[in-house]
Design a protein around this ligand. Structure first.
Ligand SMILES: [Zn+2]
Length: 84
């Protein structure tokens, strides 16, 4: 066991959320809750179908790439810094 506090790095059980929020999410989730909710329903539906049972393959890659591209095209709302 090494340092247990590496929350920001991919691990065997977690990966970085593709939604550019820098959160780490468990591998059985594609994205964190906030980013997941931002995805269009049809993309979420495809992800659920293709990731069911932990299956892998070109279909899943295609869907995940499409979702990743959607996040690139639709960046998260950036909070406007207020006065100190
Ligand atoms: Zn996220």
């Amino acid at each position: 066991m090494t340092s247990p506090r590496r929350h920001r790095r991919p691990t065997p059980t977690h990966h970085r959320c593709p939604g550019a929020c820098a959160r780490m999410v468990p591998n059985h989730h594609f994205a964190c809750d906030d980013c997941w909710k931002r995805l269009p329903r049809e993309i979420r539906r495809s992800l659920v179908v293709h990731r069911r049972g932990g299956q892998t393959g070109p279909g899943r890659d295609q869907v995940e790439n499409a979702a990743g591209q959607w996040f690139l095209d639709n960046p998260p709302p950036v909070p406007v810094p207020g006065p100190p």
